[in-house]
Every structure is written in C-alpha cells, then in structure tokens.
Ligand binder design. Sequence first.
Ligand SMILES: Cc1cc2nc3c(=O)[nH]c(=O)nc-3n(C[C@H](O)[C@H](O)[C@H](O)COP(=O)(O)OP(=O)(O)OC[C@H]3O[C@@H](n4cnc5c(N)ncnc54)[C@H](O)[C@@H]3O)c2cc1C
Ligand code: SF4
Length: 334
Amino acid sequence: MRPFAYARADDVDTAIATVLARPDGEFLAGGTTEIDLVRQDVLRPGLLVDINDLPLDRVDDLPDGGVRIGGLARMSDVAEAPGVAERFPVISEALLQGASPQLRTMASMAGNLCQRVRCGYFRDAVSPCNKRDPGSGCAAITGFHRGHAVLGTSDKCIATHPSDAAVALVALDAVVRTRGPHGERAVPIDEFFLLPGDTPEREHPLEHGELITAIDVPGAATARRSSYLKVRDRASYEFALVSVAAAMDVRYRTVADIRLALGGVATKPWRARTAERSLLGGPATREAFAEAARRELAPATPLPQNEFKVELAQRAIVRALTALADGDEEGGTR
Ligand SMILES: Cc1cc2nc3c(=O)[nH]c(=O)nc-3n(C[C@H](O)[C@H](O)[C@H](O)COP(=O)(O)OP(=O)(O)OC[C@H]3O[C@@H](n4cnc5c(N)ncnc54)[C@H](O)[C@@H]3O)c2cc1C
Ligand code: SF4
C-alpha cells in the first residue's frame, strides 16, 4: 500500500478546506470502499481527510413528511430509524439487504452513494479499464461480464452501479445536498448518477472538495407501500444481479401512483420511467406489469454472458409489483 497523509476534521468547512488544499485529497468516511481500493492500489490519494467527527449523522423528519438523512448516518442506523422504516420501507429493506451487519455499522450513506464499481477489471489495478485509467479500454466487454449492465451502457464501460440504497432513493426522488468550494447545492438524485458515455471515470457531478451533507427524501404517501426485491447468487453478503425498488398505490384495481427503479442491470441506479408511464392509470394486473417490464427492458443491450438479466429483470419487476398489489386492500389502504 502506498503511503498517504491523514487528517481529521471536526467541522464541515475545515474538512472541505483540508481536502481542497491538495489536488489528491479525498474524504474518508467509514472507509469500507476507500481503504479497500487504496490497499489494492486502485486509488492513490495523497491525503485522506477523516470526516467521522462531523455532525452529519442525524436522521430528521422534514415538514412535508419526508426525512433528511445525514451524509454520515450509518446504513444500519438509517435502516432502523422509525421515520425511515415506517414511512419508507423500501429504503430500510434495501439497506438491510446490502453488505453485512458489520459493514453496515461502519458504512455511511454518502459513502454508499459514492462507492466504486465492483467490476473485477477495475479492481485488479492492471487490466485495461476506462474507468480507472481513461483511454486504456474496457476488458469486461470482451472478457467476463456476467454481472455487468444491460441498460445505460456505452462502448467505454458496462459496469453496474453497486448500491442498493441508491436504487430505493432514486425511486423516491431523493435530493443529494452538498457543500463545497462554490457553496451549497441540491442535486436531484437521478442527476447525481452519470451514465458512462465517453467519460466513465466521471460517476457523479461532485467537484473536488464537495461534501455530501445530507440526502433528503420527500414525503410521499405511496412510499409507505413500498418494497425492495434483490435477486443475487447467494442469499446474503452479495451484490444484486437484479433488484427492484417499487412503491405503488392501487385504488380500485387501478394504479394510482407508481415509483419504480432497478439495480444490478444498469450503469446507474435505473429509474424505470417507461414502465411507470405504461402502468399509471391502468389496471394493476400481472399482465400489465409484464407488459410494462417488457417495455422497460426493450432497449437493453446485453452481451452473451449477461443476456439472462433481461428476462430476470422483467420477472423481478412482475414479482415485486404483484406482491405490492396483493398487499393492497380495495380503496388503497394497507
Ligand atoms: C464485502 C462488501 C460487500 C458489500 N455489499 C454491498 C451491497 O450488497 N450493497 C451495497 O449497497 N453496498 C455494498 N457494499 C458497499 C458498502 O455499502 C460501501 O462500501 C459503503 O456504503 C461505503 O461507505 P463508507 O462510509 O465506508 O465510504 P468510504 O469508503 O469512506 O468512502 C467511499 C467514497 O465516498 C467518498 N465519500 C464518503 N463520504 C463522503 C461525503 N460525505 N461526501 C462526499 N464524498 C464522500 C469517499 O471519498 C470515497 O470516495 C459492500 C462493501 C463490501 C466491502
Ligand atoms: S466495465 Fe467499466 S469498470 Fe469494468 S473494465 Fe470496463 S471500463 Fe472498467
């Protein structure tokens, strides 16, 4: 492991200024992604600024019925926070199906959004990888790509975004709040995750020294009837092959509101807007769910080893929505 400098900040402005003082400065939260990648020589920060003392670990209710999740709130604390578990079960379920209890106790919500891809070629530090070493090529396209993306890909990168929580947050239209060298801003989460296009090394719009202070989830009655379905090779401690974050309000057998996002199949947490449009105002039936899923996956560009994800994603969407619809009572209360 290469040597790096270490600093610890206890207020937000000092943390930002300390990172900005060096072009190779980075924030360190739980370290569950960052330290792994430094050890593997994939990341080479010259300075890590430990932000664990910053007062950003609260989970607070917002006046609109939403919730503000501090950037340093731990995954396990957020999953169990009453305001989250009761009003936004999809977030709790996504968090509890991620990583392991030990990791969730260390890992922060901002770190979860900023975690790096699990593509083996990115992480081996030597293979051609446009994300790690821009312009070097993509070893996955012609190599092993069973777990890679079928939506939002480019000829430069096909890695899936690994976060579970981000999929739930995208479905619920969360907003990422930041503070950085140019002040504060609020970025809708769907715009926070960038498609690889020609610049896969750029995964989000954060500037150097820009700190995620909180994630706001707006209040939405539909979110109370929401769930996260994760399909993976083993039942725990594994990333998604396909996942579905769904919130749905069914009234008199009609879809009155629907929020749908997919994980494990796309280069960013994938808001399934085509499927939402197909379902909204129509019958809440298995056939309608299957047709919406088919439309969402129609633009998929699978490669030989990950072709199975197209059908798996469609089946997972149908399963998730059927379970939500079956749990609904006539009139839309549950
Ligand atoms: C074995 C293993 C299995 C896992 N399984 C899953 C899984 O199934 N599902 C899942 O979703 N995740 C999974 N993870 C990923 C895990 O959730 C992330 O590693 C974790 O959430 C990162 O949070 P952290 O606080 O440790 O971030 P760190 O490692 O400290 O930081 C990660 C990145 O975020 C940046 N960062 C941190 N905080 C901020 C901030 N406030 N503002 C700006 N940038 C910031 C850092 O500079 C760094 O670039 C797994 C990880 C491991 C090691
Ligand atoms: S898929 Fe992306 S991360 Fe993986 S090797 Fe290709 S460029 Fe690198």
